[in-house]
Write a protein that binds this ligand. Structure first.
Ligand SMILES: [Fe+2]
Ligand SMILES: [Fe+2]
Length: 314
């Protein structure tokens, strides 16, 4: 089963050898109608907090433009990867459903995720997509492959889709492209329903010991990734300068107010867990101090051999 799920999320063949497009075009709702999105028109410097960063402001106009383009591209590419994984997640949950209602629900959600993916395919038409997964996407895929029904309801629907709503809101709020902004609004409405059904289905008292441990281990790892801070912006600026000293990296993080950003994200995740009444999980993570962070703990790791940011959601 894991192999099937892995292959499902890592397809390299985009188009069917048979002409399925003639049918898919009638099913998928196109929002761009063949228009091309210029990514630097979709989000400006403020959307990524770049205007506050001294190490960014001293770069040439060409380099600044390239960073802005890359940030927007990675943002959409990450969303594309999440929606691809979402299709596999909903297919698995449909098979694991314990009632007909639940199976119908996940079948509807599968259609939503397929439509979201179609939207991102449209936005990214003509752009080169990097096939390397960042650590966040790798974690997401591993969880979808290995998680039980109850673990997946908690990790994917409550935590990640709940957090995804905040991320898409931020993308939409800062978006300058009217059509793209409208589509992000539609995606947020769908994701809100996915998240809400997770809250209805989850009951912490039903978790087995193994499921409790699995959830705590995965969420602890996820929180560690969050405390790494906005490494995507840092990675781009570092690449443009070829390298930065650790003092310069610290300055970039201070200019970006990275500590506040990390704290905000940790608070969102904790409040989602409290909303799901998962108090034992919260206690386990609190006992290990995983919701707390100080500036010195914000990890300044950027892989210099890899210009792709580790994650944009993080
Ligand atoms: Fe989605
Ligand atoms: Fe979703």
């Amino acid at each position: 089963m894991e192999e099937i799920l892995k292959n499902s999320m890592n397809k390299t063949q985009k188009r069917s050898a048979q002409d399925l497009r003639s049918i898919l075009c009638k099913k998928e709702r196109s929002f761009l109608q063949g228009q091309h999105i210029k990514l630097t028109d979709a989000w400006d410097l403020e959307a990524f907090g770049l205007q506050k960063v001294k190490a960014f402001n001293i770069l040439s106009e060409d380099k600044k433009f390239q960073i802005l383009n890359n940030m927007s591209l990675y943002r959409l590419q990450e969303a594309h990867s999440i929606e691809t994984a979402g299709m596999t997640f909903t297919a698995k949950m449909s098979l694991l459903a314990i009632s007909e209602d639940e199976q119908i629900l996940y079948s509807h959600f599968a259609k939503d995720e397929a439509q979201h993916l179609a939207y991102f395919n449209e936005m990214l038409a003509g752009y080169y997509l990097n096939s390397n997964d960042d650590p966040f996407i790798r974690l997401l895929k591993n969880v979808i492959m290995s998680g039980s029904r109850r673990s997946l309801i908690f990790i994917i629907q409550i935590l990640l889709e709940g957090w995804g709503i905040d991320h898409y809101h931020l993308m939409s709020f800062t978006c300058k492209h009217p059509l793209l902004k409208k589509i992000l609004g539609k995606i947020i409405a769908d994701e809100a329903a996915h998240h809400a059904s997770g809250l209805i289905l989850f009951d912490e008292s039903e978790l087995t010991k193994n499921e409790f441990k699995y959830i705590c281990d995965i969420v602890a790892h996820f929180l560690e990734l969050v405390t790494m801070g906005p490494i995507s912006v840092l990675g781009q600026i570092e690449s443009a300068h070829e390298s930065l000293t650790s003092r310069q990296r610290n300055e970039v993080y201070k200019d970006l107010d990275a500590l506040s950003d990390v704290k905000r994200k940790l608070n969102i995740l904790k409040s989602l867990m409290i909303k799901a009444k998962s108090l034992k999980i919260v206690k386990y993570l609190e006992d290990r101090n995983l919701f707390a962070v100080s500036f010195s703990e914000v990890n300044l790791f950027v892989n210099p051999a890899n210009q792709r940011p580790i994650s944009l959601m993080l």
